[in-house]
Design a protein around this ligand. Structure first.
Ligand code: IFM
Length: 772
């Protein structure tokens, strides 16, 4: 297949700084939100001497692993959820003469790899040498379909260079817990494995498996077909081996320079409760077959490539003048799109679907760092991600009640299925801000899309129940001579502080959460059915308004700084400049309490507020917050630098902003944190998009207006992107002195650039501003 390839959309092996096998496995993953496949050495994916972590990750497919505590108190989660690592669908066994890749050590060298982000096609060339020096080239092409989310395609071509002999190709996946030979003592990497069982579903003419989990009781069906029509000679036959395992095989006589292709389409099923998976396996299998019957690798690839093209049409960010960062930006957007669940039952794991780091859990990373990209450019996906939170709202309510609260919802800090999965509650479950983060994201989605149906049926309920949580968890106290609403004993976003009183970020977010609940309760005041279904009373709404108005926000009047939490100023500063580089990230080298008792930040915390609620702040305030917090921030979390880049841009620290942004945007492709091998940093990829939009373009969007105040890096000639806004789609082109906005679809809206408001409409679909 010939695909027009433009260079800035290619991730080519030659251009990568690291060639480490595990890093390449992550970077060259392919996925589509339903599943992700790490890149691997296709001949040794399951062999004991393979140094790697290959495998297939299915979004939402997990098992429980019992957590063992030294002292287990009431309410601690019994189980950790861990994403399952399944068989490596890239795996293939090749026999040449008397040598067999399964038992003999074939040396496999990466000669060339190219990920074409325009089409989602991964093209690889390996040079394979057997112990007896037979050599052949192996070309592997693969993709995860975006047009049929259950489909994965892989194609192999074998080209001998120095032998004429019989070759046998065997495609069989008779293992379930993909071997991982890579050990890591990084606590962020999950060492836990679920327990799965794989059963072959016999006699349906193609290898099909039922994979079930022991403790979470989930089941999934995977099947695959060889395209026989595509390569009638050599014939590919379906067979059963002596262990009653099913697969495909083909034998033929190979000559130097000749090339034989073998293509396979996998159908990777949806997750079912184990009982159903057992009972209806035939039915599920038949519907999966439909995805891969009567079709070819090529036609599925073309259909998927078309979806990628639509994605780029609406979601691309073009930077003229910075080709290196342009490529990183594209990689980030590509990975975000590959990672997002689209079925309302899943979200985006912190590592995407590229590894089992953080157990495959969903965090606030989705709502605060990744969702804005989707809300502005693919609102339908944003809605599906928010619906995951709606569908788990009942669990969150039960959690609040089990915890001992009378009302409200307590969303889990980290989860796959809606239940709390943090075994270290101090830096986990106590991050109650997740509740307000979700409410914030619901509001942002509604503000941008004006999706009344979503707000009425789902969004309001999320906002209401999370607001109720704050009313239950917080309380009134006399502070500075006033009755104020306080929220004590919480952990804010910064994980180098824990269980503090009145975390500024948490209190501002909770305040907004309460205000939104009250605002929408007023909006629906004539909808008796809805308010009575949700038991909303005037008194409750009044109480929420009162608490929001009385929210305590700790502030240091002498320094003019928002205080990260009450009494933060009493902690000694940690002199991070004097710490040896080898000690970072500090979390791997210090006792947590040593960090908690100091002024030291892992990541942006208070400055998050300045980014999320910029209105009402003077420039001087942003400056003093930034100048106070940035020097005590280690940026050990990959979520940090892009946020600092935004504030730095707003306060005119242009070079620092650019430097932070470039480090943030290169997080994975340049392996800035030296742990991309464990999976991508999905939140960081989204944060980098935020860096461009909120930092360099200077977008501020609130209920009142949508405005831009660009701060374009001096080396950039122009920045171009599209955004959905109130049912419209706009294209923004920002030059060094001017801004051009085009109305692409919709009726139009007002846009403000550098304080000058202009209307875009059918009559005036294009407007220009000079902003310097
Ligand atoms: O959610 C983040 C947190 O803010 C920092 N530690 C890692 C988590 C997952 O990315």
């Amino acid at each position: 297949m010939r695909i027009e390839q433009s260079p800035e959309f290619q991730i080519h092996l030659q251009n990568l700084r690291s060639k480490e096998q595990l890093f390449l496995e992550t970077i060259y993953n392919v996925g589509n939100g339903h599943f992700g496949v790490r890149d691997s050495n296709p001949l040794q994916g399951n062999s004991p001497d393979y140094i790697g972590s290959p495998g297939l990750f299915i979004n939402g497919f997990f098992d429980y692993k019992e957590v063992s505590y030294g002292e287990k108190y009431r309410g601690y989660p019994d189980n950790n959820q861990v994403i399952n690592r399944l068989l490596d669908p890239r795996f293939i066994r090749i026999k040449v003469g008397n040598e067999d890749s399964l038992t003999d050590h074939f040396r496999v060298e990466n000669i060339d790899k190219n990920l074409d982000m325009q089409t989602g096609l991964l093209h690889e060339l390996f040079s394979v040498t057997t112990p007896e020096n037979r050599n052949f080239n192996l070309v592997v092409e693969s993709f995860a379909s975006l047009s049929k989310l259950n489909v994965y395609g892989i194609k192999y071509a074998i080209i001998p260079t120095n032998f004429s002999e019989e070759v046998e190709v065997i495609k069989m996946h008779d293992y379930v817990n993909q071997s991982v030979h890579h050990q890591d003592d990084d606590i962020r990497v999950s060492q836990d494995l679920g327990q799965m069982q794989m059963d072959f579903i016999p006699d349906n003419g193609q290898p099909s498996y039922l994979v079930t989990t022991f403790r979470s009781q989930q089941g999934i069906i995977i099947t695959y077909q060889a395209n026989e029509n595509f390569a009638p000679n050599p014939k590919i036959e379906y067979f059963m081996d002596e262990n009653h395992h099913y697969g495909y095989r083909s034998k033929y006589f190979a000559k130097p320079g000749s090339s034989k292709d073998f293509e396979f389409l996998f159908a990777i099923g949806d997750i079912h409760p184990l009982v159903n998976a057992n009972m209806y396996s035939d039915q599920y299998l038949a519907s999966l077959d439909n995805f891969i019957n009567d079709t070819t690798f090529k036609s599925e690839l073309m259909a998927s490539a078309q979806v990628w093209q639509t994605f780029w049409l609406h979601s691309d960010v073009e930077i003229d003048g910075d080709p290196a960062l342009q490529q990183c930006v594209r990689f980030n957007l590509f990975e975000l799109n590959q990672s997002a669940g689209r079925d309302e039952k899943t979200s985006i794991p912190a590592k995407g679907l590229t590894g089992n780091g953080y157990g495959g859990h969903f965090f606030w990373d989705t709502e605060i760092f990744m969702l804005p990209f989707f809300t502005y450019t693919q609102p339908e996906i944003a809605k599906e991600l928010l619906m995951f939170r709606y569908h788990t709202l009942q669990i969150a309510k039960e959690q609040a009640s089990d915890f001992g609260l009378g009302k409200g919802a307590m969303y889990p800090w980290r989860t796959i299925n809606g239940f709390e999965s943090s075994a270290y509650w101090l830096a986990g479950q106590a991050q109650f801000h997740i509740n307000a983060d979700i409410a914030f994201a619901v509001e942002q989605y509604y503000e941008i899309t004006r999706d009344e149906d979503f707000l009425r049926h789902y969004g309001f309920e999320i906002i209401l129940e999370t607001a109720r949580f704050w009313m239950e968890y917080g309380n009134y106290a006399e502070l500075d001579g006033k009755r104020q609403f306080v929220i004590n004993r919480v952990t804010g976003p910064d994980e180098y502080s824990a269980l503090v009183d009145n975390n500024y970020y948490t209190n501002v977010l909770a305040q907004s959460n309460l205000q939104l609940a009250a605002k929408y309760a007023h909006k629906y005041k004539d909808d008796d059915g809805m308010l009575s279904r949700l038991n909303v009373t005037d008194e409750e709404v009044h109480d929420m308004e009162e608490a929001a108005a009385a929210m305590y926000l700790p502030y240091d009047k002498e320094k003019n700084v928002k205080l990260q939490f009450q009494n933060f100023e009493q902690l000694p500063k940690m002199d991070i400049a004097s710490i040896d580089q080898s000690m970072f990230p500090l979390l791997l080298n210090y006792h947590p309490l040593m960090l908690y008792r100091h002024q030291v930040n892992k990541q942006a915390d208070t400055v998050m507020v300045d980014f999320m609620f910029p209105e009402g702040n003077t420039l001087a305030q942003l400056k003093s917050d930034y100048e106070f917090y940035e020097p005590i921030t280690t940026h050990d979390s990959s979520l940090s630098k892009a946020i600092c880049a935004i504030i730095a841009a707003r306060i005119g620290k242009d070079q620092q902003s650019y430097d932070f942004f470039s480090q943030a945007v290169q997080t994975d492709l340049m392996d800035v944190h030296h742990n991309t091998k464990n999976g991508i940093h999905a939140g960081s990829l989204g944060a980098a998009w935020e860096g461009i939009i909120y930092g360099f373009a200077g977008v501020v969007n609130n209920a009142k207006s949508f405005s831009l105040q660009p701060h374009l890096p001096v080396t950039w000639n122009c920045l171009k992107f599209k955004m959905h806004l109130y049912g419209n789609e706009f294209q923004f082109i920002i030059y060094q002195d001017t801004v051009e906005v085009d109305l692409i679809s919709g009726k139009g809206a007002d846009i403000t650039v550098a304080n000058e408001k202009k209307q875009l409409s059918h009559q005036n679909p294009k407007q220009m501003w000079t902003y310097k």
